[in-house]
Design a protein around this ligand. Structure first.
Ligand code: SF4
Length: 339
């Protein structure tokens, strides 16, 4: 591991000033991804700025019904928070499907949004990787690509986004608050992560020196039922081969509103808008779910070892929609619920 400077900030203004928009400096909170990558010589920061003590550890309901989550709230705190459990059970389910208890106790909300791919070639400094070293090539294209993406891919990169939490955020709808040298701004969560296209090394819309201060969830879907299904090689502490997060609201037997997002199969947290369109106003039955799953995967591009992900994701979508439908309207809250 290479030596680096270390600073601690106690408010966002100080953190941003220390960073100074210098891309050799990086913010660190839980460190559950960053420290691994520094040890592997994949990331080589000249300085780390500890932002774990910033006053961003609150979860609060806003007057308009949305839920504002501080960037430093840990994954464990968020998954077990009463407002999340009651109004956003999809988020609680997705977080608890990821990593281990110990990691969830350290990892933060903003850190989860910022986590890097687990592509083994990205994490191997001796391998060719356009994301780590622009223009060097992509060893995954013709290498072992069983865990890689089939949606949102390019000829430059086929790495999956690894987060479970972000699948729930993509489905639920959220806004990120960013603070940086140019002040404060907001961006829709689903516009934050970039597709790899020609420049996989540019992963998100953060400007130099900006940090995420809050994640604000949209108001919950009235009467919705929620389900997160994660399919993986072993039952815990494993990344998804395919996952689906769904929230379904019904009017009688008909789908009146639906949110669907996928994980483990795409290069970014993947909102399945084609599937949502296919489900709008349809009866909540298996045949509708199957049509929607086909719509979600119609543009999938398989590689040598990951073609199995397409039927696997199809099953995950159908089952998540079925389970979410079964839970719709089963409890009541003052503003509707998802469980
Ligand atoms: Fe790098 Fe992306 Fe290729 Fe993996 S898939 S080696 S992250 S360019």
């Amino acid at each position: 591991m290479r030596p680096f400077a270390f600073d601690t900030a106690t408010d966002s203004g100080a953190a941003i000033a220390i960073h100074g928009g210098d891309d050799r400096r990086a913010y660190i909170a839980g460190g559950t991804t960053l420290i691994d990558l520094v040890k592997l010589d994949v990331m080589r920061p000249a300085a780390l700025i500890d932002v774990s003590r910033l006053p961003l550890a609150e979860v609060e309901r806003l007057d308009d019904g949305r839920l504002r989550i501080g960037a430093a709230v840990t994954n464990s705190e968020l998954a077990h928070h009463p407002l999340v459990r009651e109004h956003y059970p999809l988020l609680a389910q997705a977080i608890l499907a990821g990593a281990s208890t110990q990691i969830r106790n350290m990892a933060t909300t903003a850190g989860n949004v910022m986590q890097r791919t687990r592509c083994p070639y990205y994490r191997d400094a001796a391998a060719a990787c356009n994301r780590r070293e622009p223009g060097s090539g992509c060893d995954a294209l013709h290498g072992i690509n069983r865990m890689h993406a089939v949606l949102g891919v390019s000829e430059q990169c086929i790495a999956t986004h690894p987060s479970d939490m972000c699948v729930a955020l993509a489905a639920l709808g959220a806004t990120l608050t960013l603070e940086g040298p140019e002040g404060r701004r907001e961006i829709a969560f689903n516009d934050f992560h970039r597709l790899p296209a020609e420049h996989p090394e540019i992963e998100h819309e953060l400007a130099p020196g900006e940090l995420i201060t809050h994640v604000t969830l949209d108001t919950p879907l009235v009467g919705g039922g929620a389900a997160y299904l994660k399919l993986r090689d072993r039952a815990s502490y494993e990344f998804a081969l395919a996952s689906a997060g769904a929230v379904v609201a019904l009017e009688g037997e008909v789908i009146s509103d639906v949110r669907l997002a996928l994980g483990g199969v795409a290069t970014k947290p993947w909102r399945a808008v084609e599937a949502e369109r296919a489900l709008d106003g349809q009866p909540a039955v298996a045949s509708s779910f199957e049509v929607a799953a086909d719509a979600a995967l119609q543009d999938a591009v398989p590689r040598e070892h990951n073609a199995f992900k397409i039927p696997l994701a199809r099953q995950a979508i159908v089952r998540a929609l079925r389970d979410a439908t079964a839970r719709a309207g089963t409890t009541t809250t003052t503003r509707g619920n998802q469980g």
